[in-house]
Design a protein around this ligand. Structure first.
Ligand code: NI
Length: 169
């Protein structure tokens, strides 16, 4: 296993639309393991392959808590069905460090995807898990949650980002 480098906005590779996975081989299994290791190390509740410069439709998540224990989930070629109950939800992203904001998300949905072995599954999700699924699938489409902000809030974010870049330079 290996820790991968997480790309940060405005890296153009975060804007690539990922391609569907066609071969469920050792390379894919390795990618899934590395995504989990990188996500837990960050730490975060989700990580998409596009965030580590791999343009394939793969993402991992763990929305478990102290009460539930770990809830590892692998999504390959995911699809959202029956989204419902739109709400404003607070969100953050490992590729958008030091920023959080509210964005509109569906509170309930059905996920249709494949696991890392190519086996299809479906599940009902709500709350944080439903939110994470939408967030990760957006990554696979080259979108970031900051795209969902109002233009005023997006300007505020860009100013903050420019300031941080100046400090880092
Ligand atoms: Ni993210």
């Amino acid at each position: 296993m290996a820790l991968l480098t997480i790309l940060h906005d405005p890296d153009p590779r975060l804007r690539i639309k990922a391609k569907p996975v066609a071969s469920f081989d050792a390379k894919l299994k390795r990618l899934v393991e590395d995504l989990f290791e990188t996500m837990y190390d960050a730490p975060g509740v989700g990580l998409a392959a596009t965030q580590v410069a791999v343009p394939l439709r793969v993402a991992v998540m763990d929305c478990g808590s102290d009460e539930t224990g770990p809830q590892k989930l692998v999504m390959v070629n995911p699809q959202i069905l029956e989204p419902a109950d739109r709400q404003e939800m607070e969100e953050g992203c490992l590729s958008v460090p030091d920023y959080k904001d509210k964005v509109p998300r569906f509170n309930r949905l059905r996920l249709k995807a494949l696991d890392e072995h190519g086996k299809p599954y479906e599940l009902e999700a709500e709350g944080l898990l439903a939110q994470a699924i939408q967030h990760e699938i957006d990554h696979l489409d080259g979108k970031l949650y900051i795209d969902l902000l109002s233009s005023l809030k997006r300007e505020r974010y860009k100013k903050k980002r420019a300031k941080a870049e100046k400090h880092a330079a």
